[in-house]
Design a protein around this ligand. Structure first.
Ligand code: NAI
Ligand code: MG
Length: 487
């Protein structure tokens, strides 16, 4: 397959190409176009010009909404094709990519519906002869920078609200599997967005990503990725003073009380850490289980994990595929080894699988006697669950909150009052009670601390892509008197 960049309404080759590897085989499966500085600059210029041209700026909000509805339909129709590309490019199982991308259409629909509901307001100021109102305007050019996992989803929560608000976008796909977003550009084109409104590029972080996020014409950087990259972006924003929103990783706790429905908790814990082979920002990577049920719970969990169907990501029956990159697998191998040296006990997995591709076995480490183990502290972005125990609710809260990240938390209990107390005490942007890894376009998503700042999803996300303009109208026909006094 061939992939191109999409700049100013045209498809073009990159300044160079790079190999994209299929993680299920470890072999190159496609050539990807690399945008270097010049193409990044052209993409931003195109977005900046499109912002001012009547083809986009002159549309009514309802017309913008209609374009987004059209895009949603096209995404829905192309879901399987996009999913196949994503699966080849990132190793993510087709079972998830196909359903996730079909659901991405709902995100575009949700923001399509919001486009013409961004009302201004009237301010009853304390001056007789003045009328004041607020209008909402697009913030400007948006740089949307995403990682390789769930990229259609992670870009929809940026591109959807940005376009609904009337902004223009330069979307940068990750160098680890940019195929699906480059293909998505074809749908943008087909939907009929004017040239330059959405540009889709890819390339490497230090050049393509850095030039884009620090560009003087970029007004908002919407970033999802790792904390180190986030720090670069925040530093760069000291130059262009762009707004920045950051969706970073996590080390999310999954807390199971003895009164919980254990079968349901087992399945949710499997979803939390082994779905997408653990490569999920909201991965519930720290199991905190009440001591009295630890043995029973962990045994059920290990049994379930050992029956996970591992296979080729392209097969619908497969539940668990490879990691996206070899580098990622090496990092996991190191941390698992050091955690075992620090006293963690291996309950299952703990090794690369003996087959081609970047597979790593679903792994559970008992860290109840090794609370300082690396696996408890490090975001691995992979299929490694660290188990610890607690005896009281206070201890559960203390351990759950003992992390610099604050993205998500799962709590399993059938005790209503405890559920409320825990929800209040837990430090995280999302709390899932008796469930895990559920999302909706209507529900805001994001964290704080090392998990970043800003919220995506939900109505409020659109407001982040707008700026208010305060308009003053003097209604008096009398001449303005004293020019030296503030009115
Ligand atoms: P990464 O931070 O290495 O890359 C993300 C994107 O940033 C890529 O497009 C990359 O090219 C770009 N980039 C790299 N250096 C840059 C620079 N100096 N300036 C501008 N852009 C640059 O992230 P990775 O490792 O590919 O993805 C995994 C990370 O993403 C994990 O830490 C994970 O937790 C996080 N993540 C967060 C999610 C959330 O919603 N909170 C969802 C999914 C992943
Ligand atoms: Mg790849």
């Amino acid at each position: 397959m061939t992939f191109q960049l999409y700049i100013n309404g045209q498809f073009e080759d990159g300044a160079a190409t790079f190999d994209s590897i299929n993680p299920a085989t470890g072999q190159v499966w496609a050539k990807m176009p690399e945008a270097r500085t010049d193409q990044v600059n052209r993409a931003v210029d195109a977005a900046d010009q499109a912002l001012q041209k009547p083809e986009w700026a002159g549309l009514t909000a309802s017309q913008r909404g209609k374009l987004l509805y059209k895009l949603a339909d096209l995404v829905e129709q192309a879901a399987l094709r996009l999913a196949e590309i994503e699966t080849s490019d990132t190793g993510k199982i087709i079972r998830e990519t196909s359903s996730q991308i079909a659901y991405v259409a709902e995100y575009y629909r949700y923001y399509a519906g919001i486009a013409d509901k961004l009302e201004g307001s009237f301010i009853p100021v304390d001056k007789q002869d003045m009328q004041v109102w607020l209008v909402r305007e697009p913030v400007g050019v948006v740089a949307a920078i995403v990682p390789w996992n769930s990229q259609l989803f992670l870009s929809a929560v940026k591109v959807g609200p940005a376009l609904a608000a009337g902004c223009t976008v330069v979307l940068k796909a990750s160098e680890e599997g940019p195929g699906p977003l480059l293909e998505f550009a074809r749908l943008v084109h087909e939907a009929g967005f004017p040239a330059g409104v959405v540009n889709v590029i890819t390339g490497f972080g230090p050049e393509c990503g850095a030039v884009l996020s620090s560009h003087a014409k970029v007004a908002h950087v919407a970033f999802t990725g790792g904390p180190d990259t986030a720090r670069h972006i925040v530093r760069n924003s000291a130059d262009n003073l762009a707004n920045v929103s950051l969706e970073l990783g996590g080390k999310s706790p999954f807390v199971v009380f003895a009164d919980a429905d254990l079968q349901s908790a087992v399945n949710a814990q499997v979803a939390a850490i082994f779905a997408a082979s653990g490569q999920s920002c909201v991965a519930g990577s720290r199991l905190l289980v009440e001591e009295s049920i630890k043995d029973q719970f962990v045994q059920k969990l290990v049994e379930r994990v050992q029956s996970i169907h591992i296979g080729l990501p392209s097969e619908m029956a497969t539940e668990y595929g490879p990691l996206c990159t070899l580098r990622q697998r090496e990092k996991i191998e190191q941390v698992v080894a050091s955690s075992i040296e620090q006293g963690a006990k291996l309950l299952t997995g703990g090794k690369a699988l003996d087959r081609e591709g970047y597979y790593y076995a679903p792994t559970i480490l008992d860290c109840s006697d090794a609370s300082q183990a690396d696996s408890i502290k490090t975001e691995l972005f992979g299929p490694v669950l660290s188990v610890d125990t607690f005896q009281t609710e206070q201890e559960a809260v203390f351990k759950a909150n003992n992390t610099p990240y604050s993205l998500a938390a799962g709590i399993f209990t059938n005790n209503l009052t405890r559920a409320h107390r825990m929800t209040k005490a837990i430090k995280s942007g999302i709390v899932w009670l008796n469930t895990y890894r559920a999302v909706s376009p209507l529900a805001p998503f994001g964290g704080h601390g090392l998990s970043g700042y800003g919220r995506e999803g939900g109505f409020s996300a659109v407001l982040d892509y707008t700026i208010t303009k305060t308009v003053w109208l003097r209604t008096s026909d009398e001449p303005i008197e004293d020019p030296f006094v503030m009115r």
